[in-house]
Design a protein. Structure first.
Length: 113
């Protein structure tokens, strides 16, 4: 699964940040995951204990995920809509031509101490 490699990178980044700032314990790690990123939060929750297992700074740390809806702008009628809820089809004019405005991101939002 590709979730494990991006999660590994996020965890490594958080660990390095903690080391750089002489922080001994991370309380939580918040990730922002777009619904159109192709990543499923369920796998991040599943792999989090595995990728943090040998990192003492993560002992007892919690994973938080902010899920961001995929938003699109219809190129025909200019309506904005939620891509997942509408299965990629404009609810107003039924067009599939669209510009994706958001929901494709994967980023480390916050490292809590
Ligand atoms: Zn439309």
């Amino acid at each position: 699964m590709h979730e494990i490699s991006v999660l590994q990178k996020a965890v490594d980044l958080a660990e390095q940040t903690a080391l750089d700032n002489q922080i001994e314990k991370i309380a939580y790690l918040t990730l922002e995951v777009g619904e159109l990123s192709g990543y499923l939060p369920v796998f991040f929750y599943k792999y989090f204990p595995i990728v943090t297992e040998k990192k003492p700074v993560f002992e007892g740390a919690e994973l938080k995920i902010i899920s961001v809806p995929g938003e699109a702008l219809c190129e025909d009628c200019h309506a904005m809509y939620d891509v997942m809820k509408n299965e990629g089809v404009c609810p107003k004019c039924k067009s599939r031509r669209k510009k994706i405005l958001g929901g494709q991101q994967f980023l480390v939002k916050e490292i809590g101490y």
